[in-house]
Write a protein that binds this ligand. Structure first.
Ligand SMILES: Nc1ncnc2c1ncn2[C@@H]1O[C@H](COP(=O)(O)OP(=O)(O)O)[C@@H](O)[C@H]1O
Ligand SMILES: [Mg+2]
Length: 1082
């Protein structure tokens, strides 16, 4: 996309001086300085380019820059010489307008460089092709040739052009170069014979001496040593940054490219050598008889060599330096020359020779580069000429130069105004009169044919009689005194009489660029520019074809008595031609300014620049340019540039650009007098309006930039985010895959582990089984082995010594036991169970067995004893046993009863007739019949009763009568209570409510208490075997007895034995019956 830019973008200061606000010399200089400090060496004044010499190479002439400026509008980019070149070239090519590029400026301000830049730009952008390239090359290579011969080192510029140059480049309809024509103006030929201090002669002399081969030098009879030549200044022969030897080769090469033949080059160099030789010719005076000095060549060697070089007869030349022939009206008068005249003649010859050589070179180059076709060409002229020169000492040359500049200014004004006017007409804008200073009046002062300064000078030169510079000044004083731009001591204005800054021999002209003081000395001579005819004729006689060609007036057959035109009139006419030429062309101006006098970069000497700004008339330029409208711009670019300032035109205006601009201006409320609408352009009267628009635009751009930034950032973030998101998905996918892979791998390895464990387990199990099996098999073998071993050992054990001890032991034990048992057998005690004897044990270890044997023996003895018992005895013993079970250790009476046999029927009831009756009362067999004491319940006194005991009843009967007093069925008897003491009391407790219990319980006392109770218990226990109730035996020292309704407690106490050894019973009270029992005697 092509980016629309403008000169107004990123301006340093203002890029166009027309926009300077306020316009003053100071602001002008300040703007220049500001831009210069920022390496902006180009600034516009409208379409004029101001160029400051940077004195260093800047990176702004690259091929890329050429491309940048190519086909761009003039105001589109920052100021550049390429913009001007492009503009000129394009209007030449596209609009068929011949162009001229006028480059002016002081010496060293960069004119020649600028002209070369323009040419190189045009060469770069125009068509290509073999033929075109050749032409381009020739045009470009004409520069080094002309520079070598026409340039010199001066104090201002190491490569100062010492001639004015105008070059027409011709193009065909396509814009391809066809050729060119060069015109040269006013070569500073005085430099050939004399150079100011610190300056050099023309480059070619030094180049030839340093760069030519020895062979060439020999041919030219030259010596490499500069000091051998009078015409070469020595103090600055070597210049920094200039390589003369290389330049010589470049020049020769350029001459070849331009089309010089080898012999032509040789001839040129011979002429250059001749000039050097000429300078070395010296003269000495020779006295003549008529008291005059005649000059003679001092050392003829140089003369001779020079004549050899040029093919001149030595004597002819020698004579020409000594005599001068003046021809008047077919009369020849020969006068001698004195030494000074001879030197003058020599220098005049050298100057003429060189300047003619230079002109010839230009002509020769023109021949080479001239367009081959006769068809109409488009022309681009490039004028590289000195600008105004205002020195301390201004002479004829400065006068001429400044005249030229006045003329150029004329054209400038004329063309600028014309162009302006044309543009206004074209654009349909009303023409407003422009106020400006017209310098036509100054031009008139100089060039007027009747009373112009130049005409006066010519008149003086042609006037017979003595003519001097002073007479010329007198003439001026009379003729021009009235002129308002002319000042001299004698002019009518008397105030100058007191003006000591104006010397007598000078006059001052008030040029448009400032006042210049001219010294009239040398005016006449320089204007005459005379070369003695003898010398030109001598030159013509040379056999050297080039030198012959250079002095055609020396041809005796064409003797022209008419004086050649003066230098002034020659110049005037060539300037006239030039002006005519320029007027037909579209002018483009480059104004070169030198920032300092030191040829140094980065230094800006304000006073020097100010001086140049003045004499270049730059302020005048700006004023003219600003007279009408300061700024104009086609509607399209204007709308494009400012459309963002109005809502209706932003971002797109659909209609015609002009309407858009109208809407825009209306919207911005720019006062209508500030601008005008042309046909294709808007004209802005004041820079302020433009700056207002620019400022608004700048603000608006910031907002727009923010908007764009915002949208861009949003877009960028979004794309970034989307990218991140996309990447995140990818990463996640990859990560998931990776994680799953890992997991899978883990599971797999876990499976493998589990598998391996399982397999291991299985394998181990199998191994175990197999091992077990193997062990079993081995065990079988082992067992078999052991078995066999056992068998064998068993079989052979008897033979083992280890068994011997045990055997002996067993044997000994057996023997001891045998002896023991035999001893026991023989020593057994009697068979009586009560026999406590038992043999002593022989050995201690037999303790247990001995005791055991003893008890076994005792049991066996008892058993034997028991087996001898009859049934009756057995029953007796059984009762005894029962008694023991009941009472042993419970009642103190018991031990005394043990030895008493249980007789049972103590009364022999069946036999005793006394108890016949009683016996018959009792149905059952009497188990016990005894006498007991029945204790009276009331007083405790006993009454004897017979107690019968059968299997079913307990019967109490009177002892004397045998009458049954009470019969108690055994089932009604629930318990028997006895004491623990040594007494025979016992209480029979009856079942309450039974028939027998009417009178209450019985409290009895018996001699045979143990036997009685035992029998009762025995019957009870046998009865209980048949389903009856067990009889309770209650042994205690206190028990209750039911006496009729009362319950009486029977309490046994120990008492000292009283009457006898029997216990006594005593009723203590209603409730207590106390029985005193004598303590048992042991
Ligand atoms: N545009 C430029 N860039 C760099 N150096 C320049 C430029 N213009 C001039 N110069 C320097 O200034 C010197 C003098 O320039 P020149 O064109 O010969 O001046 P003029 O022709 O005006 O006397 C040059 O030799 C060169 O060193
Ligand atoms: Mg120059």
């Amino acid at each position: 996309m092509e980016v629309k830019t403008s000169l107004l973008d990123n301006m340093i200061g203002v890029g166009d001086m027309v926009l300077l606000e306020p316009l003053s010399e100071d602001s002008f200089l300040e703007n220049l300085k500001k831009r210069f400090d920022h390496n902006e060496i180009y600034t516009y004044i409208g379409s004029v380019v101001i160029s400051m010499n940077p004195y260093r190479s800047l990176p702004i002439y690259s091929p890329e820059k050429v491309e940048e400026y190519r086909n761009r509008n003039f105001y589109e980019l920052s100021p550049h010489i390429y913009a001007l070149a492009d503009e000129a070239y394009r209007s030449l090519r596209d609009q068929d307008k011949d162009q001229c590029i006028l480059i002016t400026g002081e010496s060293g301000s960069g004119k020649t460089e600028a002209s070369k830049l323009v040419m190189s730009y045009v060469a770069a952008v125009c068509g290509k092709g073999q033929e075109v390239n050749k032409v381009k090359e020739q045009l470009l290579q004409s520069n080094p040739v002309l520079e070598a011969f026409g340039n010199a080192k001066t104090v201002r510029n190491d490569n100062s052009s010492r001639f004015g140059k105008y070059m027409d480049i011709e193009f065909d309809f396509k814009g391809d170069p066809l050729g060119g024509v060069i015109s040269n103006y006013l070569l500073e030929k005085s430099r050939v014979v004399k150079q100011p201090r610190g300056e050099r002669n023309f480059h070619i002399f030094y180049q030839l001496l340093s760069g030519a081969s020895d062979d060439t030098l020999k041919k030219l009879k030259l010596d490499r040593d500069f000091s051998k030549y009078n015409y070469l200044s020595l103090d600055s022969a070597v210049v920094n940054g200039l390589d003369d030897a290389t330049s010589f080769r470049t020049v020769k090469n350029a001459m070849q490219i331009v089309g010089f033949m080898e012999d032509e080059i040789q001839s040129v160099l011979e002429l250059v050598a001749a000039v050097l030789k000429l300078g070395n010719i010296e003269f000495k005076p020779e006295s003549r008889c008529n008291d005059t000095d005649e000059s003679r060549v001092r050392d003829k060697n140089d003369l001779k060599e020079m004549c050899e070089l040029l093919g001149i007869e030595q004597t002819v030349l020698e004579r020409a330096f000594s005599y001068r022939t003046v021809e008047a009206k077919l009369e020849k008068v020969s006068t001698t020359l004195n030494v000074a005249q001879a030197y003058y003649a020599r220098d005049a010859l050298a100057k003429n020779l060189y300047s003619r050589l230079f002109s010839w070179l230009v002509t020769r180059i023109n021949e080479s580069i001239k367009a081959q076709t006769k068809s109409r060409h488009k022309v681009m002229g490039v004028l590289d000429i000195y600008g105004f020169e205002i020195f301390e000492d201004n002479s004829f040359e400065q006068f001429i130069i400044n005249y030229c500049n006045e003329k150029l200014q004329q054209i400038f004004i004329e063309l600028t105004l014309r162009e302006e006017q044309e543009e206004y007409i074209r654009e349909g804008i009303e023409w407003t009169n422009i106020e400006y200073f017209n310098n036509a009046v100054i031009c008139d002062l100089i060039e007027n044919n009747q009373n112009g300064i130049m005409a006066m000078l010519d008149e003086e030169c042609l006037r017979p009689g003595t003519v001097t510079d002073e007479t010329f000044l007198d003439k001026l004083n009379t003729v021009c005194a009235e002129h308002q731009h002319f000042e001299s001591r004698l002019s009518k204005n008397s105030k100058f009489l007191n003006d000591h800054s104006l010397p007598h021999s000078c006059f001052r002209i008030q040029h448009y660029a400032g006042k210049v003081l001219y010294c009239v000395e040398g005016f006449v001579d320089k204007n005459n520019d005379l070369l003695y005819r003898d010398l030109s004729q001598a030159m013509f006689k040379a056999t050297h074809s080039l030198i012959k060609e250079l002095f055609p007036e020396g041809n005796p057959s064409k003797v022209n008595l008419k004086r050649p035109p003066t230098a002034g009139s020659q110049f005037k006419s060539s300037v006239g031609t030039l002006m005519k030429n320029l007027q037909t062309k579209n002018p483009n101006y480059i104004r070169c300014i030198k920032p300092n006098d030191k040829k140094a970069a980065h230094i800006f000497t304000a006073s020097l620049v100010c001086h140049q700004v003045r004499y270049l008339g730059l302020m005048e330029n700006v004023r003219v340019r600003r007279a009408g409208y300061a700024f104009r711009q086609p509607y399209g670019p204007c709308l494009e540039r400012y459309k963002m300032l109005c809502k209706r035109t932003w971002p797109h205006w659909r209609g015609p650009a002009r309407e858009g601009v109208e809407v825009l201006m209306a919207d911005l409320q720019v006062p209508t007098e500030e601008f005008s609408y042309g046909r294709s352009k808007i004209f802005i009267r004041n820079p302020r309006t433009l700056f207002f628009l620019e400022e608004r635009r700048r603000q608006c751009l910031q907002d727009l930039a923010t908007l764009i930034q915002k949208i861009y950032r949003g877009w960028k973030c979004r794309t970034h985010f989307l990218l991140l998101k996309k990447s995140q998905v990818v990463v996640a996918a990859w990560y998931r895959r990776y994680a799953q892979q890992k997991k899978y791998q883990r599971i797999k390895s876990a499976t493998t582990v589990v598998q391996s464990y399982a397999r291991g387990w299985q394998a181990r199990k199998l191994l175990r089984e197999l091992k077990h099996q193997k062990r079993c098999e081995e065990a079988v073998t082992t067992i078999a082995a052991y078995w066999h071993g056992t068998q064998v050992r068993r079989e052979y054990r008897k033979f083992f010594r280890a068994n011997a001890g045990k055997k002996i032991y067993n044997f000994t034990i057996q023997r001891i036991m045998q002896k023991y048992f035999l001893g026991v057998k023989s020593g057994l005690p009697s068979m009586s169970p009560v026999d406590k004897n038992w043999p002593a044990r022989p050995y201690r270890f037999l303790d247990a067995a001995h005791a055991q044997l003893r008890s076994i023996f005792h049991l066996w003895r008892c058993k034997k004893y028991r087996s001898q018992f009859s049934e009756e005895r057995k029953a007796v013993y059984q009762e005894k046993l029962e008694a023991s079970e009941l009472f042993k250790d419970k009642k103190s009476l018991y031990p005394s009863s043990v030895s008493q046999p249980f007789k049972g029927d103590y009364l022999e009831i069946s036999k005793n007739p006394k108890y016949q009756k009683l016996n018959s009362c009792v149905e059952e067999k009497v188990l016990l019949a005894d006498v007991v004491n029945k204790i009276n319940r009331a007083n405790g006194k006993g009454a004897s009763r017979i107690l019968l005991l059968t299997k079913k009843n307990v019967v109490l009967a009177d002892q004397k009568t045998g009458q049954v007093k009470a019969s108690v069925a055994l089932p009604d008897l629930i318990s028997v209570s006895v004491s623990t003491q040594n007494d025979g009391f016992f209480a029979l407790k009856l079942k309450e409510g039974s028939a027998s219990a009417v009178k209450g319980d019985f409290l009895l006392s018996s001699e045979h208490l143990i036997e009685t109770i035992t029998k009762l218990h025995h019957i009870g226990s046998t009865a209980s075997d048949d389903g009856g109730e067990q009889l309770d035996i209650n042994i205690s020292d206190e028990f209750l007895v039911q006496f009729k309704q009362d319950k009486v407690c029977v309490k046994f106490i120990q008492a000292a034995p009283k009457n006898g050894n029997s216990a006594s019973c005593k009723r203590k009270n209603n409730r207590l019956l106390e029985v005193s029992v004598p303590a048992a005697t042991a």
